[in-house]
Design a protein around this ligand. Structure first.
Ligand code: ATP
Length: 371
């Protein structure tokens, strides 16, 4: 049973504030992913949790025990790194058992039993007598995972463990990590810059930017109800379109269209994460967010009562399962996702509608979501 609590956690490297006072509660047995762009402070947060960096401020608790100043070896957490960190001159078995042997806490029989169990779980029995040079990247990472699980730690801390693998192997290992987690149910904190990895592995996802937490939520909720512009643009590929508008009497006015807006009292999407708390003025600048798949190319004869928006198609990209249209709506560039094989040519102007229940609106100044 391990819950991990971060209270006002802070880390400075000279003038650089890598982590700016974050609060976070990681539940027992949870798979929590921290995602964000390069330099946002996610690895530093993980290293603070492991005790590999000293905090500049704040507190870390594991099961209500203050571990802020506790040595890494006394935290009972296991790190898994991007570069595997295996000893090249040792076999898989020696790499897995080395930490346990040198700790002196385990009998030889216990070590042997744990190695066999881990090797079965990870399907690496054949790798135990090989050295890392005779293993593929995926095999090395399995051995590194073996080394982490034999210790039966209170928490796994994983820093981009799949990023050295090729795309196909990454997908395979992603599924294996998910399976491993459901078998072991050990609290796991997993750092990545890859939003697909975050969305597929995380039971909850923390989005970080510039040393701060932007939002913590379940993957689908992050996608459907981003609390601010940063999360809206970071989660989702191709990214959400951001269209600058003026709000006038409950309508969004752009140089190429005018749309009626749901009022903030009746948000288009459920009010979450404080979204919708900010007052929406009668007249103000805002940014309308529409995901590429929430635009629709209606049948010319259909009459759904929705306003039409003219979009000039600049480039068409057939992606197989969809057709991505790079368009201009007035002076704004937008991506529109259409059905595959839609008969539209570059240079044509299409008339599109949108899903009114899936509009997002952000404060132009702060980036916070109205809804
Ligand atoms: P990446 O995905 O590129 O690893 P990250 O989100 O994990 O990025 P961190 O490695 O946590 O980011 O770094 C956060 C900030 O702290 C960056 O500006 C980085 O340059 C700085 N930083 C990290 N470690 C050190 C260090 N040992 N000394 C000085 N600055 C550091």
């Amino acid at each position: 049973m391990t819950t991990v609590t971060l209270q006002n956690l802070r880390k400075e490297f000279g003038d650089v504030v890598a982590v700016k006072g974050i609060d976070l509660e990681i539940e027992d047995g949870e798979f929590l992913v921290i995602v964000g762009p390069s330099g946002c402070g996610k690895s530093t947060t993980l290293r603070l949790l492991a005790g590999l960096e000293a905090t500049t401020g704040g507190r870390i608790e594991m099961d209500e025990r203050d571990v802020t100043g506790v040595e890494p070896k006394d935290r009972n957490v296991a790190m898994v790194f991007q570069n595997y960190a295996l000893y090249p001159h040792m076999t898989g078995r020696r790499n897995i058992t080395f930490g346990m042997k040198s700790s002196g806490d385990f009998t030889d029989e216990e070590i042997e039993r744990r190695v066999e169990d881990a090797a079965e779980t990870l399907d690496i029995v054949d790798l135990l007598d090989r050295k890392p040079e005779a293993m593929s990247g995926g095999e090395r990472q399995r051995v590194a995972l073996g080394r982490a699980i034999v210790r039966d730690p209170d928490a796994f801390l994983m820093d981009e463990p799949l990023s050295n693998l090729d795309a196909k192997l990454r997908i395979q290992m992603r599924a294996e990590l998910a399976r491993l987690h459901s078998a072991l149910e050990t609290t796991t904190v997993y750092v990545t810059h890859d939003q697909t990895e975050a969305m597929t592995l995380g039971e909850r996802v923390v989005v970080m930017n510039d040393g701060q937490i932007m939002q913590v939520d379940e993957p689908q909720a992050l996608y459907d109800f981003p609390a601010n512009r940063f999360v809206a643009e970071f989660i989702g590929d191709p990214a959400m379109n951001m269209i600058p508008v003026d709000i006038e009497d409950g309508r969004a006015v752009h140089d190429a269209f005018t749309l009626p807006l749901p009022s903030v009292d009746e948000p288009a999407s459920t009010d979450r994460n404080g979204a919708g708390d900010a007052p929406l003025g009668d007249t103000q600048r805002a940014v309308l967010g529409i995901r590429p798949e929430d635009f629709h190319l209606p049948d010319a004869r259909s009459d759904d009562g929705l306003p039409r928006i003219d979009a000039e198609v600049n480039v068409r990209e057939p992606l197989g399962d969809s057709l991505l249209l790079h368009c201009s709506i007035g002076a704004t560039s937008c991506n529109i996702q259409a059905a595959p094989r839609t008969a539209v040519r570059a240079g044509e102007t299409v008339s599109v509608t949108y899903d009114p229940a899936r509009l997002h609106l952000f404060d132009a100044e702060t980036g916070d979501a109205f809804y």
